[in-house]
Design a binder for this molecule. Structure first.
Ligand code: M6R
Length: 613
């Protein structure tokens, strides 16, 4: 999740780039860089100072020669290659004339790089992105103009990209293109801009245009033209932007939470990108634990807090089912103080969006002190948890601003289920065709989440009917149980209503006594294996006067008999349902909180990152 910006035809190129990068810092801040290009000359500056990268870049740029009218800038969120200056963008080709910036992941970078190196190209970074500079260089060497060179280069790559390229031998031109990663073009008289996000150029451009997947744009001071990957001309759609800067930072949404809920398909898709080799092997570039070590794991312990704890609970079901390994899940703040047993072969997985939650860091420290190998699942590159662990798998949800965690949860579940599949591969507890089928199913989840988001109005209607309710029980079985816990957490933290998550089968062991008219029971009822039993549980609460809301699959014909309201979701492999079923529950919590006039981004008494015990 990097931020990109470019400008051509400007009298204050550097200020435009640096101001834009300041506004894009939330997309990534492990390093930053700019390249200025004019006839025969490229000037580049890059810094890797963590959150201070853009400030350090501003200092570096005081040394820039004057008079450049075109340039590109980048703020990085590392995926391939450590967060160091050498891996910061822009990247140059061998001649130093071609400069590129890239947001996304080039999935086949390793093969392309090997081929380019065999043809004599010299690489200076460990990034996947640098291949683009050398591909463009080759195409330019064959006589192609920059736009054609970028087009030809993109035919070779798989994955996600918003890319911008310049060449000092064709100055005052930027060529940009996108697939999956966001990209907009802006214009003002005599100047053309590009950015990953509108806020970066909001106060500079006067008109904005959306670039769609597989479209390539050639920008000059006079404006732009666009083609598709086959070279056919396309028209970019003009966007109506009547936002102020604050609204723009929220991408046009009313608040960060609704923006982040909407970003969930991308969060899942990005987390899965580049995780499966051609031969079917699930792979994590950044995981520094050898296959032998993973094969020798005897027991897994997951430690986490809050929403991350719920994602960890889902992982228990996946690892046990697929990899046939015993799994314990611990609340991080409990693990550390209960004198935990760490036997040889224990793999501890610390799950944390921020990677800065003190309870999770302390639990991971305690586990390492007792001899466990610790893997971090973190959304923030180089977070404290990532640095202190033996290895890390990054979720790629992008910066989560809202205190209530949403997109981080679905990305964590995706990453943990991938890890479960890798363990199953190594332990040969699933056949290669089973792993392939599950990976394929996982790849469809992002589109299914988008389908559920499109049904948001149904959730709003239900929330309106239930605005007066004060007590909620969220029930589920199997992975529906952690989903229920997460749904209840969302409702309580956002709306300050009493909400409890329970395994549906446990209700009759006590909490059933609380069920009476006025109580709302929200059931996660999507698992076919558990369906009959869950229907009985719902009949029990209904008989005692509860109002029942059920999350049920599109093909469920029996649910209407026991539910007052049904929120429909598409059918998927049961293990993947938490990523889909949580969406209506997030939307429900959001709608309830808004209906009750609460601040959804900043609930009372809570902090985004809890750094005290
Ligand atoms: O950054 P972490 O994932 O470690 O944070 C853990 C919890 O503090 C966090 O998930 C919290 O529960 C959220 N407010 C839930 O929405």
């Amino acid at each position: 999740m990097c931020g990109i910006i470019g400008v051509v035809g400007s009298s204050d190129t550097l200020d435009t780039l640096l101001e834009g990068l300041t506004r894009l810092e939330y997309r990534g801040y492990d390093s930053a860089g700019v390249a200025l290009v004019r006839q025969g000359q490229t000037w580049r500056a890059r810094t890797a100072e963590g959150t201070e990268s853009v400030s350090a870049l501003k200092e570096e740029c005081k040394k820039a020669p004057r008079g450049f009218t075109s340039g590109i800038g980048h703020t990085r969120w590392a995926t391939h290659g450590a967060p160091e200056a050498v891996n910061a963008h822009p990247h140059l080709d061998c001649s130093g004339h071609v400069a590129i910036i890239h947001n996304g992941i080039i999935e086949n970078h390793a093969e392309i790089r090997a081929e380019l190196e065999a043809r004599g190209h010299l690489f200076s970074s460990r990034t996947d992105s640098e291949v683009l500079a050398h591909l463009v260089e080759e195409a330019r060497g064959g006589g192609a103009e920059l736009m054609e060179a970028v087009r030809v280069s993109l035919l070779t790559v798989r994955g996600a990209f918003a890319v911008a390229a310049m060449d000092a031998t064709e100055p005052d031109v930027i060529v940009a293109a996108r697939r999956i990663s966001p990209l907009v073009v802006g214009t003002a008289p005599g100047v053309t801009y590009l950015a990953s996000d509108i806020p970066a150029i909001l106060d500079r451009a006067t008109a904005f245009y959306a670039v769609n997947d597989d479209e390539i744009v050639r920008m000059g001071p006079e404006g732009f033209r666009a083609i598709d990957l086959e070279g056919a001309p396309v028209r970019l759609k003009q966007l109506t932007i009547d936002w102020d800067l604050e609204t723009a930072e929220k991408g046009g949404f009313d608040d960060f939470m609704s923006k982040e809920i909407a970003e969930q398909p991308d969060a899942i898709r990005a987390t899965l990108l580049d995780r499966r080799r051609k031969d079917g092997t699930i792979t994590f570039d950044e995981l520094r634990v050898s296959d032998d070590e993973l094969r020798d794991v005897k027991r897994v312990v997951l430690v986490a807090a809050g929403t991350s704890h719920h994602a960890a609970l889902v992982a228990k079901y996946a690892i046990e089912r697929w990899a046939r390994l015993g799994v314990d899940v611990d609340i991080a703040s409990e693990y550390r103080y209960r004198d935990p047993i760490v036997e040889v072969g224990t793999l501890v997985i610390g799950v944390s969006q921020s990677g800065e939650t003190i309870d999770t860091i302390q639990a991971a420290r305690e586990a390492r002190r007792r001899g466990a190998r610790v893997v971090a699942i973190s959304n923030i590159v180089d977070s404290s948890l990532a640095r202190e662990s033996d290895a890390v798998i990054y979720t790629r949800a992008g910066l989560e601003v809202s205190v209530a965690s949403t997109k981080a949860f679905v990305a964590q579940v995706a990453a943990l289920e991938l890890l479960a599949l890798r363990l199953a591969q190594l332990r040969q507890t699933l056949s290669p065709s089973d792993v392939d089928a599950l990976f394929l199913g996982l790849s469809h989840v992002s589109a299914q989440v988008a389908q559920v988001l499109a049904r948001g109005a149904d959730v709003d209607d239900v929330a309106k009917q239930l605005l007066g309710a004060r007590d909620f029980f969220f029930l589920g079985r199997h992975v529906g149980f952690p989903t229920a816990l997460e749904g209840a957490l969302k409702l309580k933290e956002l709306s300050y209503l009493h909400a409890e998550g329970y395994p549906a089968g446990e209700l009759k062991h006590g909490p059933l006594a609380l069920i009476e008219p006025g109580v709302v029971v929200v059931a996660v009822a999507t698992d076919p294996a558990m369906h009959e039993k869950l229907l009985s549980n719902l009949a029990e609460v209904k008989a005692r006067g509860a109002t029942v809301v059920a999350v049920a699959t599109d093909d469920d014909e029996k649910i209407e008999a026991v539910a007052d309201y049904v929120l429909r979701v598409p059918v998927t492999e049961p293990m993947f349902t938490p990523m889909i079923d949580i969406v209506p529950l997030q939307l429900f919590a959001y709608a309830m909180a808004r209906g009750l006039g609460k601040n959804v981004d900043r609930p009372r008494n809570l902090a985004k990152t809890v750094t005290v015990e």
